[in-house]
Write a protein that binds this ligand. Structure first.
Ligand SMILES: [Zn+2]
Ligand SMILES: [Zn+2]
Length: 446
C-alpha cells in the first residue's frame, strides 16, 4: 500500500501540501478539477484535508472545506477529529470554526481514549479549552451528559482533563477547569478505587503554580495513590524540592478558596478575579515561611509589595478598608453597599477546608450591618472627599497614620486574623498586631 504512486496520488499529495501551506487558490483549483479528492486521506495516518487544515491553523481553507459540506467529525487512523488536532496545536480560530460547524466534542480517540478537552488541557491551550467548555455549556452535551460530567470526563486510563493539565504543568488550564467544576480530588482509579489525584500528577510534573492552584481549591495533601503514596512523596521522588515543601503535610495549610462564596449568587467576574488574586497573594506569604531557610526560597515578590505601597500612598484615606486599615477597598457588599478590601472579604468567607461530611454552610454576612451578603461587586472608587463617610469611630487620622506606617508585608497576618477579629469588631481599633498574630497561630491549628 502506498507504493504505486498513481496520478491520483500525486494530485492528493499536491492537495495536502497546499492545504498545509495555506495555498488557498491552489486548493480551490485542485478541488474544482477533482472534487472527489475532498474525501481522500493521507496514506498512513489517514488525515483528511480538514485534519491538515485544522492542525496547521489554516482557517480560510478549513472554512472553505466545511462550506463544501465536509463532515466536521471525519476521523483519521487514530480516530482523532479535526477538532482534537486543532486543540492539540492551539489553533483557536479553527477550534471555534469547527465548533460552529457542529463538531462533536464528545468523541474519543483510539490512542488513549481522549476527547478534544483532554487535548486542549494536555497541550495547555487555555483559549481552546475555554472555547470547548463554552460550546459544551450551550450544546446538547450539557443536556444529555451534564456539563460537569463533561468537565470531568475520563480518558482510557482514568485521567480527567484536570489530571492532564496538572501533569503537564499548565496552571492556567488547571485554573479554568477548577472554576468550571472539575473535581479537585478526582482519582484516576475511579469508582472509589485508589489512583492518582491531580495533586499527585502536579507533584510529579513539578509545577509550583499548579500545586498552588490545586491546594487553593482544597486538594487533599493526604490522599494516597494506588501505591499508597501521598503527593509529598511523589514530589520527593521526582526531586521537586519546593513542591515537596508545600506538599509536606506538616507545612502550614494554605488558604482555600472559600466554599461560602458559592452561596453568593452573583459573584461578579471582576470581583472574583480580585478575590482570587488576594487568595493567591496570601498563600504566597505563607509559602515564604514554608520555604524560608530552605534551599528552595523563592525570590521575594518585591514588585507586589512595592505596588501595594504605591497604591496606598496615592489613595486618599477614604478608600482604606476600615477592617484592616491597610488595603484599599476594592469590594462592595450588596445590597447594603459596605466596602472592604479583597483580603478582608476573603477572610470573611474563609472557613477551614470544607468538610464533605458536614455540608452545613451558611452564607457569609456583612461585618458592618450583619445582613446576608447577596452579591459582591467591585467597589467604585470614590471621587468626592467625604472623608469620614462610613468609617465612624475608626477614622481618626492618627490611627490611620499608625496603620499605614506598619510594614505592609504583614498583610497576610491581618488577613488570617479577620476570622477571629470579626467577632470583636468593635475593639479593632485597639488591637495590637502581636496579639492578632498570636491568635492566628491558634486559628491555624484548629
Ligand atoms: Zn481589609
Ligand atoms: Zn453591610
Amino acid at each position: 500500500m502506498g507504493q504505486g504512486l498513481s496520478c491520483g496520488t500525486n494530485h492528493e499529495q499536491g492537495l495536502f501540501r497546499a492545504v498545509q501551506l495555506g495555498e488557498f487558490e491552489t486548493v480551490e483549483a485542485v478541488l474544482e478539477r477533482e472534487p472527489a479528492l475532498l474525501h481522500h486521506t493521507t496514506v498512513y495516518d489517514r488525515h483528511s484535508a480538514l485534519h491538515i487544515a485544522a492542525a496547521n491553523g489554516q482557517i480560510k481553507i478549513l472554512s472553505m472545506l466545511l462550506d463544501r459540506s465536509v463532515r466536521p467529525d471525519v476521523l483519521n487512523r487514530q480516530k482523532q477529529t479535526p477538532l482534537m488536532l486543532a486543540a492539540m496545536h492551539g489553533k483557536i480560530s479553527c477550534v471555534k470554526r469547527l465548533l460552529e460547524a457542529g463538531a462533536n466534542i464528545l468523541m474519543f480517540d483510539s490512542l488513549h481514549g481522549r476527547t478534544c478537552l483532554h487535548y486542549a488541557a494536555y497541550y495547555g491551550h487555555d483559549d481552546c479549552l475555554e472555547a470547548i467548555l463554552s460550546a459544551a455549556q450551550s450544546s446538547t452535551v450539557a443536556a444529555s451528559w451534564g456539563f460537569v460530567r463533561f468537565v470531568n470526563i475520563r480518558d482510557g486510563r482514568g485521567a480527567t482533563p484536570l489530571h492532564l493539565a496538572a501533569r503537564q504543568r499548565r496552571p492556567e488550564c488547571v485554573h479554568i477547569l477548577l472554576d468550571k467544576g472539575a473535581l479537585v480530588c478526582a482519582s484516576t482509579g475511579g469508582y472509589g478505587f485508589p489512583g492518582s489525584t491531580p495533586l499527585h500528577l502536579a507533584a510529579r510534573g513539578g509545577s509550583l503554580d499548579c500545586i498552588r492552584e490545586l491546594l487553593a481549591w482544597g486538594a487533599d495533601r493526604l490522599q494516597r495513590d494506588a501505591s499508597g503514596r501521598i503527593p509529598y512523596m511523589v514530589a520527593l521522588k521526582h526531586k521537586h524540592g519546593a513542591c515537596a515543601a508545600l506538599l509536606n503535610p506538616s507545612s502550614a495549610e494554605p488558604l482555600v478558596w472559600p466554599s461560602p462564596l458559592k452561596f453568593i449568587s452573583e459573584l461578579n467576574q471582576e470581583a472574583k478575579a480580585l478575590l482570587e488574586q488576594a487568595l493567591m497573594e496570601a498563600n504566597k506569604e505563607r509559602e515564604k515561611n514554608i520555604l524560608k531557610g530552605t534551599v528552595y526560597s523563592l525570590p521575594s515578590p518585591s514588585n507586589s509589595d512595592v505596588g501595594l505601597e504605591d497604591s496606598i500612598s496615592e489613595v486618599s484615606d477614604t478608600e482604606l478598608c476600615c477592617i484592616c486599615f491597610e488595603q484599599v477597598c476594592t469590594i462592595e457588599v450588596q445590597d447594603c453597599g459596605h466596602q472592604m478590601c479583597a483580603q478582608c472579604t476573603l477572610a470573611l468567607c474563609c472557613h477551614n477546608k470544607p468538610n464533605p461530611n458536614t455540608a452545613c454552610l451558611t452564607p457569609p454576612v456583612c461585618p458592618f450591618c450583619r445582613s446576608t451578603i447577596g452579591r459582591l461587586a467591585v467597589a467604585k472608587m470614590k471621587n468626592y472627599d467625604d472623608t469620614d463617610h462610613d468609617i465612624g469611630d475608626f477614622s481618626s487620622s492618627k490611627l490611620r497614620k499608625s496603620r499605614k506606617s506598619r510594614n505592609f508585608s504583614e498583610g497576610s497576618s491581618s488577613f488570617k486574623g479577620l476570622s477571629s477579629a470579626v467577632g470583636t469588631f468593635g475593639k479593632m481599633g485597639g488591637r495590637s498586631s502581636g496579639r492578632i498574630a498570636a491568635e492566628n497561630e491558634w486559628v491555624d491549628k484548629t
